[in-house]
Design a protein around this ligand. Structure first.
Ligand SMILES: *Cc1c(COP(=O)(O)O)cnc(C)c1O
Length: 385
């Protein structure tokens, strides 16, 4: 089945029929007549349901839906995107191990790797993600994980996954890819060699700014089993209601991301031609530094992107207050268009040099384009500019 069909055919059978909507099993535990079946449920990720920290029918329906969309073999749904990322890094690494990561990472992931380095002496080598030799040279006997993102924040950077994943595999190194910004509609990292794909389902998969969640999808059953055993103890599992909301969102994922991508293209084109805008950094544009690499394995660009206001810091502050349809908020992937002025908000504590190192200018604005009518967004932007 194609993703558009998979996304709407979620199955949680009950005796003799299958409900069209996945039922919500809002229960923490399950009662048994047969003690042997209870023991099975507590010891296997894919047998009966015993206790919802181990697994739950609604949560499993979400895991199966995302597994199907990403082309994996199994998944673990978690309480947040960071819940999935932390679970993987804690579950796959030991003290003294080594990670290779692209230099532009989600802030929470960056902080997690720094924390692991401090606590457990886990070495991290950052790479550009565009140069296979850089990765070959970074691999040591202790390297366990290559960590990439399909499209990264705020620069729209994309690593060369199809080239780097086989290099990692040949050295026995697992490749983890955060696909939050692209979605399985536009890239399925497992087809390009990834061993694990993670999502913050808080973003496009949930899609309606009403749920916090995450998921890790595995290319291999043995690896899933290994991490599942850790997941039961780590405890960052998805709540059934959050999973249920995410399942509802996923049914319209294909429709929504097509619209996000079309709107992003319109908005990026408008901004690129506006005299108050100095620069637009959208990976979908042929002049973006990662465009040629991204085009080899990513077919659509619905992700947030950045642009620089010619008026710098003050223009950035003023711009945030001037939009009306567009909302000032963190996050992305919901129905509504959101903006952030990182230098004046999320990155306020950094000086100009630190900002430059993070590729953030004083007048940089991040925009996560929603699914409104593009003309209304452009009119709002034109007035604010
Ligand atoms: C938001 C986000 C995360 C973290 O997800 P939460 O659900 O907020 O924990 C991880 N990676 C990327 C790329 C994100 O955008």
């Amino acid at each position: 089945m194609r993703p558009e069909t998979r996304a709407v055919h979620v199955r949680v059978p009950v005796p003799d029929s299958t409900p069209l909507a996945a039922p919500l099993y809002q229960t923490s535990s399950f009662a048994f007549d047969d003690p042997a079946l209870l023991a099975e449920g507590l010891n296997h990720p894919d047998r009966g349901y015993a206790y919802s920290r181990f697994t739950n029918p609604t949560v499993r329906a979400l895991e199966e839906a995302v597994t199907g969309l990403e082309g994996g073999t199994a998944a673990i749904a978690t309480a947040s995107g960071m819940g999935a990322i932390s679970l993987l890094l804690h579950g796959l690494l030991r003290a003294g191990d080594h990670v290779i990561a692209q230099h532009t990472l989600y802030g929470g992931t960056h902080a997690k790797l720094r924390d692991l380095a401090d606590r457990y002496d886990i070495g991290v080598t950052f790479v550009t993600g565009h140069d296979p030799d850089e990765v070959r040279q970074a691999i040591t006997a202790r390297t366990r994980v290559l960590y990439l993102e399909t499209i990264a924040n705020p620069t729209g950077h994309s690593s060369d996954l199809p080239v780097l994943a086989p290099i990692a595999k040949a050295a026995g190194v697992l490749t983890i890819v955060d696909n939050t910004f692209v979605t399985p509609l536009f890239c399925r990292p497992i087809e390009h060699g990834a061993d694990v794909v993670v999502h913050s389902v808080t973003k496009f998969l949930g899609g309606h700014s009403d749920v916090t969640g995450g998921v890790a999808v595995f290319a291999d059953d043995a690896l899933h089993r290994r991490v599942w055993e850790h997941a039961v103890e780590f405890g960052s599992v998805a709540d059934p209601f959050a999973a249920w909301l995410t399942l509802r969102g996923i049914q319209t994922l294909p429709l929504r991301v097509e619209r996000h991508a079309a709107n992003v293209a319109r908005v990026a084109g408008f901004l690129a031609g506006h005299p108050a805008v100095e620069r637009v950094l959208w990976t979908g544009s042929p002049d973006h530094p990662s465009h040629a690499v991204a085009e080899t394995y990513i077919t659509g660009f619905p992700a947030p992107f950045c642009f620089d206001l010619a008026g710098g810091f003050d223009a950035g502050l003023h711009f945030q207050r001037s939009v009306r349809v567009i909302k000032l908020a963190a996050s992305l992937g919901g129905t509504q268009t959101l903006i952030l002025h990182p230098a004046g908000s999320t990155h306020r504590q950094l000086d100009e040099q630190q900002l430059a190192a993070a590729s953030i200018g004083p007048g940089t604005i991040r925009i996560a384009v929603g699914i409104e009518h593009a003309d209304d967004l452009i009119a709002d932007l034109a007035r604010a500019l």
